[in-house]
Write a protein that binds this ligand. Structure first.
Ligand SMILES: NC(=O)c1ccc[n+]([C@@H]2O[C@H](COP(=O)([O-])OP(=O)(O)OC[C@H]3O[C@@H](n4cnc5c(N)ncnc54)[C@H](OP(=O)(O)O)[C@@H]3O)[C@@H](O)[C@H]2O)c1
Length: 247
């Protein structure tokens, strides 16, 4: 039980990596708020997670984000952990074919959305000496051939450096800020790219360890980074990717 007495918010907690993280946190004794935009997805998820509360909110809306934080405090009285996980993946196309609307949509969710949540939660983490884990991507660490998702790359690259900036900025409040960078993980986000055997085998081949990731692989790394086991770690960028980034 690594998180007894802790209160965590997991954004994008309705599905994939966020849901696996919320489940693992509750198994380790935390009270967890899962939040995401789609109420049906959220209600379905919360049925599967003991000791979790679902609070819907669109990360693109400041008032929704503030409402999630307010409701969390009403339920649990404090916040110890924020997992900035919500994200979207754009339609893949070359940079010169992306519209400004498509670009802005990805940045609004994957980058400005993380700013909104972090800004709203930081004052409460100052009271608990809490911690933040940001979910970036291998795409934030290096460029990949044929990976035409530029706004996504921009958002995830920025998130890596913001992790380091926030770690330094808030160390004086004993708030730790770390980041995980997953490789390809089996979720709704990657499902369109893993549908046929050829695509799946190509994806597997990218990973030296010989398989793509499961949401639980990332959840376990996040658990480590929010637990006391990592109490001397801040500003760390941890690839969780079966070795992709080492190639
Ligand atoms: N899967 C991978 O291979 C992989 C690799 C590297 C990094 N990542 C990153 O890991 C994170 C989780 O990815 P995943 O694969 O678990 O994705 P996923 O299964 O598609 O889940 C995405 C989550 O984000 C939420 N979300 C999307 N837009 C939102 C908005 N406007 N407001 C609030 N919540 C919103 C979704 O909520 P709804 O249910 O309401 O839509 C859902 O809970 C993302 O940041 C992603 O970029 C994933």
């Amino acid at each position: 039980m690594k998180l007894s007495g802790k209160v965590a918010i997991v954004t994008g907690g309705s599905r994939g990596i966020g849901k696996a993280t919320a489940i693992l946190f509750t198994q380790h004794g935390a009270d967890v708020v899962i939040t995401s935009k789609n109420k049906t997805n959220l209600e379905n998820a919360v049925k599967e997670i003991k000791n979790a509360v679902a609070i819907a909110g669109d990360i693109r809306k400041k008032t929704d984000v503030e409402n999630v934080v307010k409701n969390t405090l009403e339920h649990f009285g404090k916040i110890d952990i924020l997992v900035n996980n919500a994200g979207i993946f754009p339609k893949v196309k070359p940079l010169h074919e992306i519209s400004e609307e498509e670009w802005n949509e990805v940045i609004d969710v994957n980058l400005t959305g993380q700013f909104r949540f972090t800004k709203a939660v930081i004052p409460h983490l100052m009271k608990t000496s809490g911690c933040i884990v940001n979910v970036s991507s291998d795409a934030g660490l290096k460029s990949f051939e044929n990976f035409e998702a530029d706004a996504y790359t921009a958002s995830k690259g920025a998130f890596v450096l913001l992790t380091k900036a926030w770690a330094i900025e808030y160390a004086k409040y004993k708030i730790r800020v770390n980041c995980v960078c997953p490789g390809i993980v089996e979720t709704d986000m990657t499902q369109p790219y893993l549908e046929n055997e050829f695509d799946r085998s190509m994806a597997v081949a990218e990973h030296p360890i010989g398989r793509i990731g499961m949401p639980e692989d990332v959840a376990k790394a996040i658990l480590y980074l929010v637990s006391e086991d990592s109490s001397w770690i801040t500003g760390a960028i941890l690839p969780v990717d079966g070795g992709v980034i080492t190639k």
